[in-house]
Design a protein around this ligand. Structure first.
Ligand code: PLP
Length: 404
């Protein structure tokens, strides 16, 4: 009997994915076949969640935080987040502007659902986190690339923003510190953008999930600029800062008129975020912060090691990341596409990393390496990449001379 062709919604064909998960699957298949793979593909801290946060969750479970909670989050956590945002972004925030979600990703989903539809345009960084363009297409809107270039240290040019914004633009998505480029927007960059966007009927989604992961230069937010809090949504969370990716805990801070709509989206999808997880988040935010300082000191050491190592490989150019834990070297000079190179390095060197093109067309010619791995593995990865690069270059030369 022929299989029944059951219907699927057309919009499913618009959903993209995150290539990190695809590469992880390929890398694990090689591991099953006995290869030793160094994992530089996945964007999560390799540290364990600090013990005092784990203890807080266990206590909360024993204390009965096992039921539904308020859709927007526990008031005590929303208060603590409002206070944190007030202190770190220097803007007055009321707890009722905060919506707590299972991970920060739903904040992207809800914002795009709430403000963009068929015929609208959403400006987003290219290269950028692939989920932005995926969701924009999913709701029938059009993603419009805001190019980020290495020669501009991967910050946007305000002339480019002016060029791509039209009367159909509903939303601009910013991400600083940036995945995949490791760049950070300066107060100067943000002021220029604020001066252009202020008072226009355009929202800004400021993805600040890496706000605590900077190296010396403090994080700057678009929402801190005069009048911009009224147009801006701040996305932040616990996944990266406190090594809590698996807990699923994030939040958004919204201008007041958006809040009831976002809460309704939450009611229609998740009901609420797990309450014992929220208690753990409260402990994370209000408890000792030395765990963050220690983790960042370790990341700083790894950053120095990987950048120095990659810069030493002929054909690789690498800027010093300003935030997050990603190196985004340019390898265009080696020939071949980023995807071919990423496949080659996985197969030949046993190093799992991502093609820059999986973050947008402007990522072609680059690779993303997550340095959320210990120093000895990073050194070994650099060594393997150097050897594989020389084999790749020899191959390229042979191919060119045989063609010539
Ligand atoms: N935004 C960016 C730029 C990210 O890189 C990630 C995670 O990789 C997220 C948002 C999502 O964070 P969460 O795991 O809290 O949903």
């Amino acid at each position: 009997m022929e299989a029944l062709a059951l219907p699927l919604a057309e919009r499913l064909s618009q959903l993209g994915t995150e290539s990190a998960f695809d590469v992880l699957v390929k890398a694990q298949a090689l591991e099953l076949a006995g290869r030793r793979i160094i994992h530089l593909e996945i964007g999560e801290p390799d540290f364990t969640t600090p013990p005092h946060i784990v203890e807080a969750a266990i206590r909360a479970l024993h204390d009965g935080f096992t039921h539904y909670g308020p859709p927007a989050g526990l008031p005590v956590l929303r208060e603590a987040i409002a206070d944190h945002i007030h202190r770190t972004r220097n803007i007055p925030i009321h707890a009722d502007q905060v919506v707590v979600t299972p991970g920060a990703k739903p904040i992207i989903f809800y914002t795009v659902l709430a403000v963009a539809q068929q015929g609208d345009e959403v400006v987003l960084p290219d290269p950028g986190f692939p989920i932005y363009a995926s969701l924009v297409r999913f709701v029938g809107a059009t993603p419009v690339a805001l190019p980020l270039r290495m020669r501009d240290r991967f910050a946007f040019r305000v002339e480019d923003v002016e060029r791509v914004v039209t009367d159909r633009t509903r939303l601009i998505i910013l991400n600083s510190p940036h995945n995949p480029c490791g760049s950070a927007l300066s107060p100067h960059d943000l002021k220029q953008l604020a001066d252009f966007i202020r008072g226009k009927p355009i929202w800004v989604l400021s993805d600040e999930i890496y706000s605590r992961m900077t190296y010396g230069t403090p994080h700057a937010s678009i929402a801190s600029f005069d009048g911009m809090a009224e147009q801006s949504i701040i996305l932040d969370g616990f996944s990266k800062t406190y090594a809590m990716t698996g807990w699923r805990l994030g939040y958004g801070v919204f201008p007041k008129p958006l809040v009831p709509h976002i809460v309704r989206l939450m009611i229609n999808s998740n009901s609420c975020t797990a309450t014992f997880t929220q208690i753990a988040g409260l402990t994370a935010l209000t408890g000792p912060q030395d765990c963050v300082v220690t983790m960042m000191a370790e990341f700083a050491e790894r950053r120095a090691a990987i950048v120095e190592g990659l810069r030493g490989i002929p054909g690789w150019e690498c800027l010093m990341p300003q935030g997050a834990f990603y190196a985004f070297p340019r390898v265009a000079g080696l020939g071949g596409t980023s995807q071919e190179l990423a496949d080659f390095f996985l197969r030949e060197a046993g190093v799992a990393l991502l093609s820059g093109a999986s973050f947008g067309a402007a990522g072609e010619g680059y690779l993303r390496l997550s340095y959320a791995n210990d120093l000895s593995h990073l050194r070994e990865a650099v060594h393997r990449l150097a050897e594989a690069t020389s084999r790749w270059t020899e191959q390229q030369t042979r191919t060119t001379s045989s063609l010539g």
